[in-house]
Write a protein that binds this ligand. Structure first.
Ligand SMILES: Nc1nc2c(ncn2[C@@H]2O[C@H](COP(=O)(O)OP(=O)(O)OP(=O)(O)O)[C@@H](O)[C@H]2O)c(=O)[nH]1
Length: 237
């Protein structure tokens, strides 16, 4: 029943009530399906992965956090161009001892990756190479979108990673760069943009692949790129 759609977002019934009504009434109109995009958040311990995912999914900054063990899941349902999509965020552990048994699960069927560093800690930036290597080592398809996030920008006096250095790195790895703060409420829109931008891209990619498949089947003559694939017109970033 729950089938993946072209590898870009899995489908799940909207609710148990929806399933019950399907059994009573075979009309498919009653069975609303929601796609799920799995987005993993990766980076050194203490860079603020938990806080960023809290800010996006719950709209708040947690008073207190503890080191993530294995993984914590958070999710938020968003609406893009009339389609409801569930963004499932995997808040992964930064500490090696808390992640080693889980790494395979992080990367399995992942739809997008968020690499996070702490702008006040240069080592968390230089370690990004290692995180990217780990990601590449798990055969994540090149189409999987990746973004770079410099967190803790509220600590202006302590910034160690200059924006131009981060931008150069992001460009070299074909990623967008977001500099933000999970803590500063004024930045909450920016945090939202990180995940919404990825969700928009995933939705656009899916449409693209869908049209490509149709073309192979002779249903459409010309491959038309949806706007999002070529421009950021409807992307919040
Ligand atoms: N000033 C400031 N502190 C932050 C921000 N984001 C997170 N922190 C603090 O940084 C510390 C670590 O945050 P976490 O979100 O737990 O870090 P993590 O990357 O999830 O760490 P692991 O679970 O060990 O991988 C906490 O004390 C947070 O309060 C931010 O934007 N600004």
């Amino acid at each position: 029943m729950a089938q993946p759609i072209l590898g870009h977002g899995s489908l799940q019934p909207a609710s148990a009530a929806g399933l019950a009504s399907l059994e009573l009434d075979s009309s498919l109109d009653q069975y609303v399906q929601i796609r799920i995009f799995k987005i993993i958040v990766i980076g050194d311990s203490n860079v603020g992965k938990t806080c960023l995912t809290f800010r996006f999914c719950g709209g708040t900054f947690p008073d207190k956090t503890e080191a993530t063990i294995g993984v914590d899941f958070r999710e938020k349902t968003v609406e893009i161009e009339g389609e409801k999509i569930k963004v499932q965020v995997w808040d992964t552990a930064g500490q090696e001892r808390f992640r080693k048994s889980m790494v395979e699960h992080y990367y399995r069927n992942v739809h997008a990756v968020v690499f996070v560093y702490d702008v006040t800690k240069m080592t968390s930036f230089t370690n990004l190479k290692m995180w990217i290597q780990e990601c590449n080592g798990h055969a994540v398809p090149p189409l999987v979108p990746k973004v770079l996030v410099g967190n803790k920008c509220d600590l202006r006096e302590q910034i160690q990673v200059p924006s131009n250095l981060a931008l150069k790195f992001a460009d070299a790895h074909n990623m967008l760069l977001f500099e933000t703060s999970a803590k500063d409420p004024k930045e909450s829109q920016n945090v939202e943009s990180i995940f919404m931008c990825l969700a928009c891209r995933l939705k656009a990619q899916k449409s693209l692949l869908y049209r490509d498949t149709e073309r192979q089947q002779g249903k459409v003559q010309k491959l038309e790129f949806p706007q999002e694939a070529n421009s950021k017109a409807s992307c919040p970033c």
